[in-house]
Design a protein around this ligand. Structure first.
Ligand SMILES: Cc1ncc(COP(=O)(O)O)c(C=O)c1O
Length: 388
């Protein structure tokens, strides 16, 4: 498969940076405070990130996994709780709950949008359910109408895993305007990045304060007497990362605009390839930042898909196999797993099973390429699949 169609020109690199990030790092360096206490960069980033997402309370943290852990903790999730998560997601969604001793209960996703299925959530809500965690897969918002109603009817709070959803909107509302806690990641591949980093949006000041104290070893902001008020850990973001994230946030809107223009082109071209089905869009998610360009090849085997991904990479297309259903990992069964077998979960989650085998994703830097490159990428995908 090595002599076929290749990408004619390099796609944009990721991460992107320029003088804004350089100057930001020097500003943080010369400030003389490199941690957030007494520094200005984390505070400023929190205010800017919150405002950009329609919230008043953003707490910056070390990474997206910690953002989820902290969000769950602030909502009182711990041993004896159950947290409903999509089966098809990155492992942090379930791992964060399990680290707190809560049982992660995986439910199936929609086969077209790959987002958590509200009817599966409804069926899984029980007396121990303490949180429902929708993951806005690749920037496509979950059905926040149905989930909001389920949450209101059951009294179980939502925690949006918004690791893929910087700048996303649901029927005009930004992530922070939907009334629930939301957790973001700024890991190297994410839509804005400082290599690592995360943030939690809280709907009110009281929750933010709880989060702040817990993310700083249980210590209030002005404490000088080592009065640790609650249990906690050190999830504090540093000033360098925050300075870079401020510059990255300033790039986000333009990059989303480009990706929003490119995805309709690429997805139409992908849909024309025999056997390829791109991720569908639910238009109520009326701003999709497109963290990944995802598609399925129904019926492909895992082995063949792995080969296809290798050849796509060889030919210049940054491709990846998609997530494995969380219950199909050793990690999932190590702590706080449900009292079910893999086979029972697989029977309940047929779409996550299929996605585990047949889903491929392309890095979002593909969607920062030119319109012509969308044609080139689709031509490479078509050629590789035909060849395989
Ligand atoms: C859906 C989802 N949730 C959470 C995370 C965890 O974020 P981090 O890598 O910053 O810990 C990731 C990815 O990395 C993710 O894809």
């Amino acid at each position: 498969m090595s002599n076929g169609v290749r990408l004619g020109s390099e796609l944009p690199a990721w991460p992107q940076y320029g003088d804004e990030e350089r100057q930001a790092l020097i500003r943080a360096l010369e400030q003389g405070q490199w941690w957030r206490i007494g520094g200005g960069e984390v505070d400023a980033f929190e205010a800017e990130f919150a405002a950009a997402h329609g919230s008043e309370h953003a707490l910056a943290v070390t990474n997206g996994t910690h953002a989820l852990e902290l969000a769950l903790e602030v909502l009182g999730v711990g041993a004896g709780s159950e947290v409903i998560v999509p089966a098809f997601t990155f492992i942090s969604s379930s791992q964060a709950a399990q680290r707190l001793g809560a049982v992660a209960v995986p439910v199936d996703v929609d086969p077209d949008t790959y987002c958590i299925d509200p009817s599966a959530v409804e069926a899984a809500i029980g007396p121990k359910t303490r949180a429902i965690m929708p993951v806005h897969m690749a920037g496509q918002m979950c059905d926040m109408d149905a989930l909001g109603k389920l949450s209101a009817d059951s009294g179980v709070p939502l925690i949006q895993d918004a690791a893929h959803a910087h700048g996303a909107r649901w029927r005009g509302k930004r992530v922070g305007e939907l009334g629930s806690v939301a957790a973001f990641s700024f890991q190297n591949g994410k839509l804005m990045t400082a290599g690592e980093g995360g943030a939690v949006l809280f709907p009110d000041a009281e929750m933010y304060e709880k989060g702040f104290v817990r993310h700083s070893c249980g210590r209030p902001r002005t404490d000088r007497g080592y009065f640790h008020r609650t249990s906690g850990s050190n999830f504090r973001l540093n000033e360098f990362s925050a300075s870079v994230l401020r510059a990255q946030l300033a790039r986000l809107d333009d990059q989303i605009t480009t990706r929003e223009q490119r995805w309709p082109v690429l997805s139409r071209l992908l849909a024309e390839i025999p056997g390829v089905v791109p991720q569908s869009r639910d238009d109520r998610g009326d701003r999709n930042p497109h963290y990944m360009a995802m598609f399925r090849v129904p019926g492909i085997t895992e082995e063949r898909r792995a080969k296809v991904v290798d050849v796509l990479i060889e030919r210049g297309v940054p491709a990846f196999v998609a997530f494995r259903a969380v219950y199909r990992t050793d990690a999932f069964w190590e702590v706080a797993a449900p009292d079910l077998t893999v086979d029972e979960l697989a029977r309940r989650c047929p779409h996550s099973e299929a996605l585990t085998r047949d889903c491929v994703w392309l890095h979002h830097r593909v969607l920062l390429g030119s319109e012509e490159q969308m044609h080139e990428v689709a031509a490479v995908v078509a050629d590789v699949l035909a060849d395989a």
